[in-house]
Design a protein around this ligand. Structure first.
Ligand SMILES: [Zn+2]
Ligand SMILES: [Zn+2]
Length: 341
């Protein structure tokens, strides 16, 4: 089969590799659609130990497809069934899994290999995070389940309530998914980002207000939007130290800050300790998803609860993946569906 393999920063190649056979508990999927993701671009540019381990590594992690064959114990997944898989699952055994903090699982090994014709889904993912799909479900839309699950996790972790005024810093793909999750909870949302095109998309996707950080100071704009008070909760969806600092400066007294965008290893952020204490700020890091959020994401997508057509802007063949990453590496494209022949 054809598969895109990551060899190191800016080095991915289309290779011929054997089609894997499923062992006990495993399921072989024929990929129907894989989505490009900002994390894949980050990994492409600079490598990504957490995501990809030691190269050479299979590449791509947002996917949906059709079951080809299942191993002993996974017979519930029959050939021809359409399904979506998450890129990880808890081990059930470690300290963190036993305390229901599964994103912190000591054995969280991320599944990659979505940019390929076939993908072997390991037994622990089959057990927790492989879901059958309705026949009518578009596989490109279903493949949004993984990033959407991360967004649902974040919004839940911050206990967002109906009517709260929430600011999202950043207007990328994750920001639009956070926006969907926040609107589903009845929040009022301000999206702040750079490009006018992204902000327009955010408005189409339901943002109550948008502001360009190129034209206005994010703190001032978010204060103005809230009659001088400041947002109840701010979601940082950029993943840079300076954006974390901006997000911290935006929250109102007693407000919450969701530190959602992952910074590079070694990044340091200055925190106004006086303000955190006397203004009772809550700072919360949120990473990844859990089986419960993945299940909810699949459900929300099946009810068309996400404006997928705004997020997925195009489609390419598997053979085009290396060239696409080379060409788009310095831009921040929306999602593109990779559809293998
Ligand atoms: Zn992703
Ligand atoms: Zn674990």
């Amino acid at each position: 089969m054809k598969a895109v393999i990551f060899f190191g920063p800016k080095e991915i190649r289309l290779m011929d590799v054997p089609v894997p056979r499923p062992g006990p508990g495993e399921v072989l999927l024929k990929i129907g659609a894989a989505l490009t993701c900002g994390t894949d671009f980050k990994a492409y540019r600079q490598g990504h130990k957490v995501l990809l381990g030691d190269p050479p590594s299979p590449f791509g992690h947002e996917l949906a497809g059709t079951v080809v064959e299942s191993g002993a114990g996974a017979e519930a997944f029959t050939a021809g069934m359409r399904a979506v898989a998450a890129n990880s699952a808890p081990c059930d055994r470690c300290f963190f899994c036993r305390r229901a903090q599964t994103p912190l699982c000591d054995h969280l090994k991320l599944l990659n290999g979505a940019y390929a014709q076939y993908l072997l889904v390991p037994a622990h993912i089959v057990k927790h995070n492989l879901h059958p799909l309705d026949a009518g479900m578009d596989l490109r839309v279903a493949a949004l389940a993984e990033p959407l699950a991360c967004a649902l996790h974040a919004v839940d972790a911050m206990s967002v309530e109906r009517g709260e005024r929430i600011a999202i810093l950043g207007a990328g793909n994750m920001s639009l998914l956070l926006l969907s999750a926040l609107k589903a909870r009845g929040a009022c949302v301000l999206v702040m980002g750079r490009g006018p095109r992204r902000l327009e998309l955010a408005r189409k996707a339901g943002a109550d207000e948008t502001a360009s950080i190129l034209e206005t100071d994010p703190r001032k704009a978010s204060r103005k939007w809230t009659e001088g008070v400041g947002p109840d909760c701010v979601f940082e969806a950029v993943g840079r130290a300076d954006a974390w600092e901006t997000a911290l400066s935006m929250a109102r007294k007693g407000g919450r800050v969701c530190l959602f965008g992952g910074c590079a290893s070694g990044a340091r952020v200055e925190v106004d300790a006086h303000r955190v204490h006397y203004e009772q700020l809550t700072l919360r890091g949120v990473f990844h998803h859990t089986p419960e959020y993945f299940r909810r994401a699949v459900e929300l997508l099946s009810k068309s609860g996400v404006p997928a057509d705004l997020l997925i802007e195009g489609q390419i063949a598997l053979e085009e993946v290396p060239e696409y990453f080379r060409k788009m590496q310095d831009r921040s494209p929306l999602k593109t569906a990779v559809v293998p022949a």
